[in-house]
Design a protein around this ligand. Structure first.
Ligand SMILES: C[S@@+](CC[C@H](N)C(=O)[O-])C[C@H]1O[C@@H](n2cnc3c(N)ncnc32)[C@H](O)[C@@H]1O
Length: 327
């Protein structure tokens, strides 16, 4: 059980799901000014999207595990949480039987959330700030800025974390994926759907080091609590059981695919659209991210090249796709 005083503080943090700007000590103008500078990275994940995804995995995967949210502020200066990932794991700490939750948060010159520390560590006995408690920190002379690629964050990732769970900054996504996947740790993260057709990431999908989670994430929150739409998706290396989105794949003979959803580009490569997938076509063909996110690679198809496929039709460039082939 948590010690009483610490339990109260954690409960206080956890119940503030929707902390207001006033509670954060910010005016809308402050936030807009800050948001302008940090622009695209400040898309915050909604609690309901985290809950919707995590509850689809068996609870036993979390038992006695150290969860690392490495782009997430657990509490601002007033003791109010601001990352829904931190909130979700705090609320469900005992239910999931977690061993430890470590939340680290980057503070560059812009810190939209007024956090006063770059990391919190939660255990069943209570919590502490990373500076006060985390022994390896003392070995480093430089200030800990909470960046996911800071030596201390890397040490936590490589030596302590069991499962990493977050929505990392879009602007540093390639570095983030390289570090995370290179660590060999289990993860459940949100990134853009176009990663699937982007050269920097394709080899990870091709080599089965990452695959789609269950859900897309279409809505995020801005620092001013406005809803922002963006094409996000969960990505993971945790097992996926009976993926419901398989039913969106329309796998059939090429002849049966409606004409408007099968085109040949200038290189005579077949472009299969709208979820239609030929099951009697031996050559590579190009698809958009959706079939991959819907589980195509689990249905007897493989990615055939490590880079994005950019086709042209009558000289006009089409959007990026990925080349796949029936195994
Ligand atoms: C897309 S937002 C998501 C925030 C939070 N994980 C969530 O899901 O609500 C990415 C966050 O990462 C922060 N960030 C930027 N650079 C970072 C870095 N080097 N290390 C850790 N976090 C960083 C951004 O300031 C931003 O708050």
């Amino acid at each position: 059980m948590l010690k009483n005083n610490k339990k109260i503080i954690i409960t206080e943090i956890a119940k503030n799901n929707t902390s207001s700007l006033k509670e954060r000590g910010l005016s809308p103008v402050d936030v807009i000014n800050k948001a302008r500078i940090v622009a695209d990275d400040e898309f915050y994940t909604r609690y309901e999207d985290i809950e919707k995804e995590i509850t689809l995995y068996p609870k036993r995967i979390w038992k006695n595990k150290v969860v690392f949210c490495n782009c997430d502020s657990a509490a601002d200066k007033d003791g109010k949480r601001n990352s829904a990932f931190a909130l979700y794991f705090l609320r469900n700490f005992e239910e999931l039987k977690l061993k430890k939750l470590i939340c680290t948060h980057y503070s560059s010159k812009v810190d939209s959330f007024n956090a006063d520390t770059n990391g919190y560590i939660f255990t069943k006995d209570g919590f502490s700030k990373i500076e006060d408690d985390y022994e390896p920190l003392k070995k480093y002379s430089d200030v800990y800025d909470g960046s996911f690629d800071h030596p201390i964050s890397l040490k936590i990732l490589n030596e302590e974390a069991d499962i990493v769970c977050t929505n990392p900054p879009f602007s540093k996504c390639i570095d983030y994926w390289n570090i995370l996947i290179g660590s060999g740790k289990k993860f459940l993260i949100i990134s853009n759907i176009i990663n699937v057709v982007t050269t920097a990431y394709i080899s990870y999908f091709k080599d089965s080091k990452v695959w789609a989670g269950y859900n897309g994430v279409d809505w995020f929150e801005s620092p001013t609590k406005q809803l922002i739409s963006a094409a996000g998706h969960w990505y993971t290396n945790l097992p996926i059981k009976n993926r419901p989105k398989y039913k969106r794949l329309k796998i059939m003979a090429l002849n049966d695919i409606p004409e408007k959803y099968k085109k040949f580009d200038d290189a005579r490569t077949l472009l299969a659209d709208n979820g239609f997938i030929p099951n009697d076509y031996d050559k590579p063909f190009a698809v958009s991210p959706r079939p991959i996110l819907n589980g195509l690679l689990e249905k007897g198809y493989k990615i055939v090249q490590n880079y994005s496929y950019r086709s042209t039709i009558k000289g006009n460039k089409k959007f990026s796709r990925i080349l796949v082939q029936k195994i």
